[in-house]
Design a protein around this ligand. Structure first.
Ligand code: MN
Length: 299
């Protein structure tokens, strides 16, 4: 669907250099940690300003946001977004919002793969449940499904082995975490290799989308935690729940064909979500107009 959309999908315009960019793991010393402490309460509202600015909530059923989740294990979500350029949106809960990156090729379970991850604006917590169709003409127009979700744990450590708070690790440009999803399991790292500079600690990691755009790599870490045989087995067990999850799931839950992948929430494919939206039986299209009409998004 969708030719000649006016809206530019987040992360949609950049090519995917694949495994050749930058280096992982070497960036931890580039920034000083000073001034990175943040106020979570203040951060959430401010962080969503950019998200809201880009959207007309009379026209899209994407959540406006406002929920603050207290306590418990932080969550992650990976959505497949069939926008003008299909990509994966990788989101981690940090200080009450979902820090977000557009990953053109999606996460890989192979530690040798370095996946380009372009920061996008913070998303509200409610977005972790969002699947549906963003109408043509709207920002990010296209179909969204939740490919995987679950909890994660911060495993970022300094050289002496002391834990680095997650928000601080991200601000420094290198954060490690252990994913416990139904497809993705094991240890991953996000490393900034371009941009950021002194702006690393600001509320919006995405910057303005102009100028020297930040770029990160998402890499599976070797060994570590459940990344071994056990983690791999877990990944398969998870994939079994979402049957038909792409052709190449041999390596621990890595995405195969995104059009065959099934939602971790609803079991639906992109095509099914799109078809349901068009026929009006499902969720997520706002073509009928009216966020007030009550049907909302499905659980
Ligand atoms: Mn997206």
């Amino acid at each position: 669907m969708a030719s000649g959309r006016a809206a530019r999908a987040e992360g949609g315009s950049n090519g995917a250099p694949g495994g050749t960019v930058g280096r992982a793991g070497g960036a931890s010393s580039r920034d000083s940690a000073q001034g990175l402490a943040r106020d979570p309460a203040r951060g959430s509202a401010r962080a969503l300003a950019e998200y809201r600015r880009r959207r007309d909530f009379g026209r899209t059923r994407e959540p406006r946001g406002g929920e603050t989740r207290a306590g418990g294990e932080p969550v992650f979500v990976v959505q497949i977004h069939d926008a003008s350029t299909l990509h994966y949106d990788f989101r981690l809960e940090v200080d009450g919002t979902l820090k977000s990156w557009a990953v053109p090729k999606g996460p890989s379970a192979d530690p040798h793969d370095k996946r380009l991850a372009m920061p996008t604006e913070d998303h509200p917590m409610e977005y972790r449940d969002f699947e549906g169709v963003i109408a043509e003409g709207e920002y990010g127009a296209g179909t969204v499904i939740v490919w995987d979700e679950g909890g994660y744990r911060n495993i970022s450590r300094d050289r002496r082995g002391n834990e680095i708070p997650f928000a601080e690790a991200l601000a420094r440009g290198h954060a490690s975490f252990r994913l416990d999803g139904s497809k993705l399991r094991g240890d991953y790292a996000l490393t900034r290799f371009r941009g950021g500079g002194t702006d690393g600690g600001s509320g919006s990691g995405s910057g303005s989308g102009d100028g020297s755009r930040e770029a990160w790599l998402l890499v599976k870490r070797e060994g570590g935690g459940r990344g071994g045989a056990k983690g791999r087995a877990g990944g398969r067990a998870g994939a079994k729940g979402a049957k038909g999850n792409g052709a190449r799931t041999g390596s621990g839950g890595a995405p195969g064909d995104p059009f065959r992948a099934r939602s971790a929430l609803s079991g639906r494919t992109l095509g099914q979500v799109s078809a349901e939206a068009e026929s009006g039986t499902g969720s997520g299209t706002e073509s009928e107009e009216g966020p007030g009409s009550g049907s909302g998004t499905p659980a």
